[in-house]
Ligand binder design. Structure first.
Ligand code: GTB
Length: 214
């Protein structure tokens, strides 16, 4: 059955791979599943046709036959559960890998988004300069703990898993801030993720969309 995902017609990051379709593309590349992409504009995302797929009017979405999913956590878990390559077979190891997906989305990503929003949307506010260091410190806390847990390991739980895929993509969002480089082991962890052939294919595919003329 054909898999179709949605992505920005033009990503605000102009192809840096930070928009969330990239993590879904990466998961599909890791498990070797071909997919099609329907590009949507910001306006189309808020139209009834797209809201039927994504009630919050965002990308990415995932369609496969009768199944329609939104939320990258759910989409990537679905991909990982239906195709070998992203989750271990052992039940406990599988549960731990899924736990890292949740940790990426529920613990690490929220302060990172807060920082991105503070820089992007609040920099003109009179209180912005005072608030920004506080927001950045809320990112450093979980990063310090994550770095301590990762230690010298390549990946969070043995072999590369959907937990690493999610964590690496979440951490990438920090790149423009320079904050990731304060944690060399996490910067190296992200670089290991980016060196994977599946990531490179996913990155190239989204870049192609965002550098198309017209
Ligand atoms: N929790 C949802 C998920 O994980 O799927 C979040 C989905 C989401 O926020 N999607 C964003 C969106 O559709 C795109 S990825 N936004 C449009 C809107 O809200 O109208 C977020 C994003 C956007 C831009 C950059 N960038 O330019 O760096 C990075 C990430």
């Amino acid at each position: 059955m054909t898999i179709t995902i949605t992505a920005f017609e033009r990503s605000p990051d102009r192809g840096m791979g930070l928009a969330r379709d990239t993590r879904v593309r990466w998961a599909l590349e890791e498990v070797g599943q071909p997919y099609e992409v329907r590009l949507v504009s910001f306006a189309a995302m808020k139209e009834p046709a797209h809201l039927k797929l994504h009630p919050f009017g965002k990308i990415p979405t995932y369609e496969e036959g009768d199944l329609v999913l939104f939320e990258t956590g759910s989409i990537i878990l679905h991909i990982a559960e239906h195709h070998p390559g992203l989750l271990p077979n052992d039940a406990n190891a599988r549960a731990r890998a899924i736990t890292w997906m949740f940790a990426a989305l529920n613990t690490v990503e929220p302060p990172i988004l807060e920082l991105a929003n503070a820089k992007l949307l609040e920099s003109d506010k009179p209180w912005s300069k005072e608030r920004l260091p506080l927001v950045a410190d809320r990112v450093r806390g979980p990063l310090k703990q994550l770095s301590a847990r990762l230690g010298e390991a390549d990946w969070l739980e043995g072999a590369f898993s959907a937990g690493d895929l999610m964590m690496v993509h979440v951490l990438q969002r920090l790149k423009p801030s320079g904050l990731l480089n304060e944690f060399p082991s996490l910067a190296a962890y992200v670089a290991r993720g980016e060196a994977r052939p599946a990531y490179k294919r996913a990155f190239a595919a989204q870049l192609e969309v965002n550098t198309r003329k017209g």
